[in-house]
Design a protein around this ligand. Structure first.
Ligand code: BTN
Length: 289
C-alpha cells in the first residue's frame, strides 16, 4: 500500500505511527540517561527523584544485587531502574511484583532479541545455562506499611564482550551478545520493557487478577526450578549479614532440602519437604542440588 499523504504532498502520520510517537514521548519524558553512577536504584532513592522516573546508566560503579551482593555493571550491559510513587499500595500488595518483573523482562527479550529465556525462582533470567539478567525490587515504606516509592532495578547482560565475565563468574553469567553473536538493540529494549512494566505496574495498582494470573501462567511455563531437588537458603539460618549462598558452599547440610513442585498465584515457590508437608516460599533463595 502506498504511504498516505497530506493534501500538500507531505507524508501523513498513520494512526499506528501516531500511537508509537505518543508512547515514545511518554517514555522519554520520564527517562534519565547517565553515563556513570554508583547504582541506579540508589539514585532513585535520592532527593533528585520526586516523581515517576526511568533511570538508566551506561555503567555502575557499585551495582547492587539481592541479599547485599554486588552486581557487576561494566559498559555494554543495560542497567535500568524504574521509580514509581504509587498512590494506594500496601506492602502486602507487592507479593507478585518480583515474579511479574521476571515475566516482563523475559517477554521483552523475546520480542527484541528473539531469545527464549528461562526463569530461575525467584527472578533470575537464564539463557543457555547462564544468568543474563537479575532484578532488585526495593520498596520504600512509611510506618503503616504504605508504599511511598517503588524501585525496580534490572541488570540485563545485553552487549558486554565475552571477556567481561571472568574467573568464577564466567561459569555463572554471560551476555546475550557473547552467547548469540548478535547485539541487542537497547533503544528497542527500553521501549518494550518500559511498556510491559507499565502494564504490570497498573495491574498491581488495580489488583487486576486477570492480568496477574496470565503472567503466572507464563512464569510457570518458563520456570526451570519446578520439579528440582533444592536446598532452601533461609536467611534466618545464617549469621546476620552473611550471604546464605556463601554459607551454603561451606556447609550445605545446615539448610533444609525439599522438592520444588509448583508456583502459586503470587509467584511463591511451592515445595514439598521430606516428611510430605508442603510450604510456600515467598522470598529468599533456593539452590538446585
Ligand atoms: C541480582 O541479580 O541479585 C539483582 C541484580 C540487580 C541489578 C540492577 S542493575 C540496575 C539496578 N541498580 C542496581 O544497583 N541494581 C539493579
Amino acid at each position: 500500500m502506498k504511504n498516505p499523504t497530506n493534501g500538500d504532498g507531505t507524508k501523513a502520520i498513520s494512526n499506528m505511527n501516531r500511537e508509537k510517537i505518543l508512547i515514545h514521548r511518554f517514555i522519554y519524558s520520564k527517562y534519565i540517561l547517565l553515563p556513570e553512577i554508583n547504582s541506579t536504584n540508589e539514585y532513585c532513592k535520592s532527593k533528585y527523584v520526586v516523581s515517576d522516573r526511568i533511570v538508566r546508566a551506561l555503567k555502575q560503579t557499585s551495582g547492587r544485587g539481592r541479599m547485599g551482593r554486588s552486581f557487576l555493571s561494566e559498559e555494554g550491559g543495560f542497567y535500568i531502574s524504574y521509580c514509581y510513587f504509587p498512590e494506594n499500595l500496601m506492602v502486602q500488595d507487592l507479593l507478585p511484583i518480583t515474579g511479574l518483573c521476571a515475566v516482563a523482562v523475559s517477554k521483552a527479550l523475546e520480542r527484541v532479541a528473539g531469545i527464549k529465556a528461562e526463569i530461575k525462582w525467584t527472578n533470575d533470567l537464564i539463557f543457555m545455562g547462564k544468568k543474563i539478567c537479575g532484578i532488585l525490587t526495593e520498596p520504600v515504606l512509611d510506618h503503616n506499611g504504605r508504599v511511598e516509592r517503588l524501585i525496580i532495578g534490572f541488570g540485563i547482560n545485553t552487549n558486554q564482550p565475552k571477556n567481561c565475565f571472568d574467573g568464577e563468574l564466567a561459569n555463572i553469567a554471560s551476555s546475550i551478545f557473547a552467547l548469540t553473536g548478535t547485539r541487542v538493540d537497547e533503544d528497542d529494549l527500553l521501549i518494550c520493557l518500559s511498556l510491559l512494566l507499565q502494564g504490570i505496574y497498573d495491574a498491581v495498582c488495580t489488583k487486576n487478577r486477570i492480568v496477574i494470573n496470565d503472567h503466572v501462567k507464563y512464569y510457570r511455563s518458563r520456570c526451570i526450578t519446578i520439579g528440582k531437588e533444592i536446598s532452601i537458603l533461609r536467611p534466618s539460618l545464617v549469621e546476620n549479614g552473611r550471604d546464605p549462598k556463601e554459607v551454603y558452599n561451606e556447609t550445605p547440610d545446615i539448610f533444609p532440602k525439599a522438592t520444588a513442585i509448583g508456583i502459586d498465584e503470587n509467584f511463591g515457590l511451592i515445595v514439598r519437604h521430606g516428611d510430605g508437608s508442603e510450604e510456600i516460599l515467598t522470598f529468599g533463595e533456593v539452590s538446585v542440588r
